[in-house]
Design a binder for this molecule. Structure first.
Ligand code: VGL
Ligand code: ZN
Length: 202
């Protein structure tokens, strides 16, 4: 479909088996993600891309534990194990991911003090990545999302995509979730309420 783009969220080593913030089941979704890439004419990849000592890393703050919550100027922020540091092997795409077809790579989370789950808007909910303008300039109206993690970067991207006016489907089988304190169930509900189609397959 000429007006449809596939957005592959954060299929990077640190979110896969053995990575610093490994998402359970991440490696199992690679074959389906690759099949989706093969089927789409427009493919965009996103890459979580943090500077060292990023504010979202627990290690950046004295005595902070990974997966705890800290008050940031823009609101509560989960603190994560150090992951996807710019230029490190953990930040690279998984070697099995078929990246050649990608026409754009959106990097996010590079501002030292702001995390970015969404590929469209950072966690301050104000700083924009420009992805919506890129897609609209190319006549894209429908988005299919897959990748990691379902309940963080995929969900936030999907919800922002709806707000930007796109028709949005998430291929849930081609995602894996972190599921921190019920986040999977909560974000699935939020996505449904936002009018996002959650397909078993695409
Ligand atoms: C992600 C937590 C921190 C994700 C990125 O890709 O879902 N989650 N950074
Ligand atoms: Zn991150």
């Amino acid at each position: 479909m000429p007006n449809e783009a596939l957005i592959v969220i954060d299929v990077q080593n640190d979110f896969c088996e053995g990575g610093a913030l490994a998402v359970p089941g991440a490696n199992n979704v690679l074959p389906l993600v690759n099949r989706l890439i093969a089927r789409h004419d427009h493919v965009v990849l996103t890459q979580d891309w943090h500077p060292a000592s990023h504010a979202s890393f627990a290690a950046t703050w004295p005595e902070a534990e990974p997966f705890s919550t800290r008050a940031f100027p823009y609101g509560p922020q989960t603190l994560w194990p150090e992951h996807c540091v710019q230029g490190t092997p953990g930040a690279a795409f998984h070697p099995d991911l078929l990246t050649d077809k990608a026409q754009a790579v959106i990097r996010k989370g590079y501002h030292p003090g702001i995390d970015s789950y969404s590929a469209f808007r950072e966690n301050d909910r104000m700083t924009r990545t420009g992805l919506d303008g890129y897609l609209k300039a190319r006549g894209i109206t429908r988005l299919v999302l897959c990748g990691l993690a379902l309940d963080y970067c995929v969900a936030w991207s999907a919800i922002d995509a709806r707000q930007a006016g796109f028709e949005v489907a998430v291929v849930q089988e081609a995602t894996a979730a972190i599921d921190l304190e019920g986040s999977k169930k909560r974000m699935l509900t939020e996505m449904r309420q936002a009018g996002i189609r959650l397909n078993a397959t695409a």
